[in-house]
Design a protein around this ligand. Structure first.
Ligand SMILES: Nc1ncnc2c1ncn2[C@@H]1O[C@H](COP(=O)(O)OP(=O)(O)OP(=O)(O)O)[C@@H](O)[C@H]1O
Length: 237
C-alpha cells in the first residue's frame, strides 16, 4: 500500500474540512482527487505531505507512519497549485536551488527541452507568463525520481502541446510503477488519465472507483455528467 489513511480529521477554526477520511492508495496507479471547490482536496494532499497537521487520524506513506518523521518527504515529488518562488531569481538559478535543497539525483535537461523552455533559463521568474511558470514547475517536479508523485492542478495555464507532453510524462512515470495523485477541475484530463476517482464531499470520501463504475452507478453516459450526478444519488464508497 503506498498511502493508508484512517479516520483523518482536520478543521480550520470552526470549519470542519475533513471529517473522518479513510483511504487506501495502491502502488502503480493514477488517482484523481475530485470534489467541489473548498471540499478539502488540497487539505488532504497537504496532510499527506505533512504541511497540514490533522487533529485526529493516521497517515502512512510507503508503509511508515508519517508522524515525527520527515524523511519520507524525499520520496514524494509535489507540484503545488500555487508555487511561490522568489520573483527575482532566474529559472536556471531556481532549478539549481531546488536541486541543492533536495540533494537527490535529477534529470532536468530532457524535461527542459521537452517543454521548450531553454530560452527562458536566463529569465527572471517574475517576467514569465503563467503557462511558462507552470512548465518550470513541472520540470522541478518531474526532474527527481520519487516513487510517489502528487500534482495539484497540473494543467493550469498549459497550451495544448505542453498538455500532451504532461500527459505523456505522467503515463511514463506510471509505467515505471510509480503512484500518482492528481487534483484537477478539467474533467476531460481526469477521464483520460485516472485509473481511479476519489470524490471528496462533506469531509469524506463519497465515492471511490473507476470511471466505468462511476458511469454505471450514476447511469450517465459521459463523465462530466456522471460527476455532476454523484451528489444527487446514493453512491457512497
Ligand atoms: N490555512 C487555512 N486556514 C483557514 N482555512 C483554510 C486553510 N486552508 C484551507 N482552508 C479552508 O478549508 C476548506 C478546504 O480548502 P481546500 O483548499 O482544501 O479545498 P479544495 O477542495 O482544494 O478547493 P478548490 O477546488 O477550490 O481548490 C476551504 O473552506 C478553505 O477556505
Amino acid at each position: 500500500m503506498t498511502i493508508e489513511i484512517n479516520n483523518l480529521h482536520k478543521k480550520f477554526g470552526k470549519n470542519k474540512v475533513l471529517k473522518g477520511v479513510d483511504l487506501s492508495i495502491d502502488q502503480g496507479r493514477i488517482y484523481a482527487i475530485l470534489g467541489p471547490n473548498g471540499s478539502g482536496k488540497t487539505t488532504l494532499i497537504k496532510s499527506i505531505l505533512g504541511m497540514v497537521i490533522p487533529e485526529k487520524g493516521n497517515i502512512s506513506v510507503l508503509n511508515s507512519p508519517i508522524k515525527k518523521d520527515w524523511k519520507y518527504r524525499k520520496k514524494i515529488d509535489y507540484l503545488p497549485q500555487i508555487a511561490n518562488f522568489p520573483p527575482n531569481i532566474k529559472v536556471k538559478e531556481l532549478i539549481r536551488m531546488i536541486k541543492d535543497l533536495r540533494n537527490s539525483p535529477s534529470e532536468e535537461a530532457s524535461l527542459i527541452s521537452l517543454f521548450g523552455i531553454q530560452t527562458f533559463l536566463d529569465k527572471k521568474l517574475s517576467t514569465l507568463s503563467g503557462g511558462t511558470k507552470q512548465k518550470v514547475n513541472i520540470v522541478l517536479t518531474f526532474m527527481f525520481d520519487s516513487p510517489l508523485i502528487i500534482l495539484d492542478e497540473p494543467t493550469t495555464g498549459l497550451d495544448p502541446k505542453a498538455l500532451i507532453c504532461l500527459k505523456g510524462l505522467i503515463q511514463n512515470e506510471k509505467a515505471k510503477g510509480k503512484t500518482i495523485l492528481i487534483t484537477s477541475h478539467i474533467m476531460q484530463f481526469v477521464e483520460e488519465m485516472a485509473d481511479e476517482i476519489l470524490y471528496l464531499l462533506e469531509g469524506e470520501i463519497y465515492f471511490k472507483g473507476t470511471v466505468g463504475i462511476l458511469m454505471e452507478q450514476t447511469g450517465q453516459h459521459d463523465f462530466e455528467h456522471a460527476i455532476a450526478a454523484l451528489t444527487s444519488t446514493e453512491n457512497h464508497a
